[in-house]
Design a protein around this ligand. Structure first.
Ligand code: 5GP
Length: 127
């Protein structure tokens, strides 16, 4: 789905291929709305990606075009993963990169879930 200022959704992006089963993943959780799997290059002891099942480039795209049921389902899936991985007491970080300034590599909206150690400051401070 095209969003003003963004290219149309790329059906060949790596997460689209994972959703089609063309590339394997280490699934943590899956339901009607979302797939959660371990990041291939983890940046924390726990680094899980949660992606909506339907094609959205960004949070702006997702929030504008997903149905209420989809938004609720995706949000609940993120919470379910955090709870079932037992992260509530020690804490965790959710992060979503959008576009060039955030360094988004994969143009399918996704939430990173980091945990398992103190995660440091929220942003790298420019040198
Ligand atoms: P972004 O920079 O777009 O927010 O994050 C993309 C993430 O996807 C990165 O953390 C990267 O390691 C992860 N990633 C890229 N390709 C694959 C893959 O084929 N499998 C899995 N599980 N993760 C991937």
């Amino acid at each position: 789905m095209a969003v003003s200022g963004l290219p149309p959704y790329d059906e060949h992006n790596i997460f689209a291929r994972i959703l089609r089963g063309e590339i394997p993943n280490k699934t943590v959780y899956e339901d009607e709305w979302a797939l959660a799997f371990h990041d291939i290059a983890p940046q924390a002891p726990v680094h899980v990606l949660v992606i909506p099942k339907r094609p959205y480039c960004s949070f702006a795209d997702f929030s504008a075009h997903a149905s209420d049921a989809e938004i609720a389902g995706f949000t609940r899936a993120v919470g379910h993963v955090a709870r079932t991985l037992g992260l509530e007491s020690a804490g965790y970080r959710l992060l979503a990169n959008m576009g060039a300034n955030a360094g988004q590599e994969v143009p399918h909206f996704h939430m990173h879930l980091f945990a398992g150690r103190p995660l440091g400051p929220m942003l790298n401070r420019p040198g």
